[in-house]
Design a binder for this molecule. Structure first.
Ligand SMILES: NC(=O)c1ccc[n+]([C@@H]2O[C@H](COP(=O)([O-])OP(=O)(O)OC[C@H]3O[C@@H](n4cnc5c(N)ncnc54)[C@H](O)[C@@H]3O)[C@@H](O)[C@H]2O)c1
Length: 437
């Protein structure tokens, strides 16, 4: 039996914006979400173990490109957002929203250690009437099997004394068209009261909410979305390799194919997958499928193709250098862009890191330009970003467009002696000096 006074207090608090919202994990997901709650009028406290982030938040400075400096300054100055590492303050929150990392172990098994630490902190502070939401991407069953028992350990019951839901974050960092506020939010609770409470909360900050019947469905929704991307990128990467063998420009093929108004959606080849989602999330699903005696073959195959792309890029560099009778060893190879995708500062799983490592191992003299990533420490080698002006004026033996940041002047890159373009950023056909993926 639901404690009606708690649920109605929670719903009243949402309507009146009287609730105090706690966000655990102030990264690419947590900080934009915290700012949205603050914009909507809630008092928000961010919790993180990284003291630098706490200092930045409390000073009103943004360290995430999707949160503008002015937005950040406004909510902090207005007293709507602050940050702390003092987890005991979770006890004063009405809502606890968990946005911590969910990486893979070296064995490609899920690493839920961050989620467990955050949940244990929430459990230590849990009180009746609180709403706890997990946003971190994870395998179906996590909320019921990992989160719920820890929160219920001291006797409070989920969906009765407190509320518990899973709501996957679907944000696409660097995407100005679809943001935390405008992307529909999927919500699944451990019971109807939890679903209603979480749906009401999000409806007050995002433009639309989609309620589903359980936490497991909500968890699976996110993994379907990201597996769909990983598999389609794997397919188009394989088509790119195939087109190369047949001397067909894959980019021209995709541009023409996407004119079909139905039944086709363009995905683009590239130097490999990056970020904290697409290279990782499908393996959460295949791990859980394996626990249930099911082998997720598409996921494994896409992972195989996608992870071979950095090697392929290095092969293209070798072909390009070979065309001017140069070996990789001793050649000056310069990467334009090292972030995993355009207009972000996120280096996690970036294929550029693999490409740098492969080139260094073969004896190339590697350098890079990325206005979003001033320094880079890869495999014990420390690099500093070369200013674009200087990079565009240097006669590198070979340049690579690894990340198609909007700020780069591609006409100037195209004028360099030899370029490998992994993103079709230079447009136009391949030439004697431009090698396209
Ligand atoms: N980055 C994306 O594009 C994206 C998009 C959708 C979903 N997600 C998912 O959201 C989750 C978070 O991803 P992210 O990119 O924001 O990660 P992130 O690394 O940018 O941020 C996570 C934050 O959590 C903090 N943290 C770790 N353990 C903590 C603890 N015990 N207590 C308090 N803080 C702690 C870290 O210091 C960090 O600031 C992941 O599950 C990810 O898969 C990410």
């Amino acid at each position: 039996m639901v404690n009606m006074s708690s649920i109605s207090a929670l719903l009243d608090g949402i309507r009146a914006r009287h609730l105090h919202v706690g966000i655990i994990g102030l990264g690419y997901v947590g900080l934009p979400l915290a700012v949205e709650f603050a914009n909507a009028g809630f008092a928000v406290t961010g919790f993180d173990v990284d003291e630098r982030k706490i200092t930045e938040v409390n000073a009103g400075r943004s360290y995430i490109p999707d949160v503008s400096p002015s937005q950040m300054e406004r909510v902090v100055k207005a007293g709507k957002l602050s940050a702390t590492s003092d987890m005991s303050r979770l006890a004063t929150m009405d809502v606890v929203d968990i946005c911590v990392p969910t990486p893979l172990r070296k064995t490609k098994d899920p690493d839920l250690s961050y989620v467990i630490t955050a949940v244990e902190a929430a459990a230590a502070a849990l009180r009746p009437g609180q709403l706890v939401i997990l946003e971190s991407t994870t395998y179906p069953g996590t909320t019921e099997e990992v989160v719920r028992p820890r929160l219920e350990a001291k006797g409070l019951r989920a969906d009765v004394d407190f509320f518990l839901a899973f709501s996957p974050e679907r944000v696409d960092p660097g995407n100005a068209q679809f943001t935390t506020k405008t992307i529909p939010k999927v919500v699944g609770g451990v019971g109807p009261a939890s679903t209603d409470a979480a749906a009401a909360l999000y409806a007050s900050v995002v433009s639309s909410v989609v309620s589903v019947s359980s936490t497991r469905v909500a968890e699976m929704v996110k993994l379907l979305e990201n597996t769909f991307r990983a598999v389609n990128i794997g397919l188009v990467n394989e088509i790119a390799l195939m087109c190369h063998k047949m001397d067909i420009d894959v980019w021209e093929v995709i541009d023409a194919a996407k004119t079909k108004p139905f039944g086709f959606m363009p995905f683009y080849p590239g130097p490999g997958l990056g970020g904290h989602c697409i290279p990782i999330d499908p393996f959460y699903l295949s791990w859980k499928a394996r626990q249930n005696g099911f082998e997720a073959r598409f996921i494994e195959l896409a992972g195989h193709v996608n992870s071979s792309m950095p090697d392929y890029v290095v092969q293209l560099v070798s072909d390009a250098l070979n065309s001017v009778a140069k070996p990789i060893r001793g050649s000056r190879v310069h990467l334009f862009g090292v972030a995993y995708k355009r207009d972000v500062n996120d280096l996690r799983e970036s294929p550029a890191l693999d490409i740098i490592e492969l080139l260094v191992r073969r004896g190339a003299q590697v350098s890079y330009t990325d206005p979003y990533v001033p320094h880079l420490d890869q495999g014990g080698h420390v690099f500093e970003s070369v200013a674009f002006e200087r990079a565009a004026a240097t006669q590198w033996d070979c340049a690579i467009v690894t990340t198609d940041h909007a700020v780069f002047d591609y006409q100037r890159i195209a004028a360099l002696p030899l370029v490998v373009d992994t993103r079709n950023a230079l447009k136009g056909p391949a030439t004697d000096t431009v090698f396209k993926l």
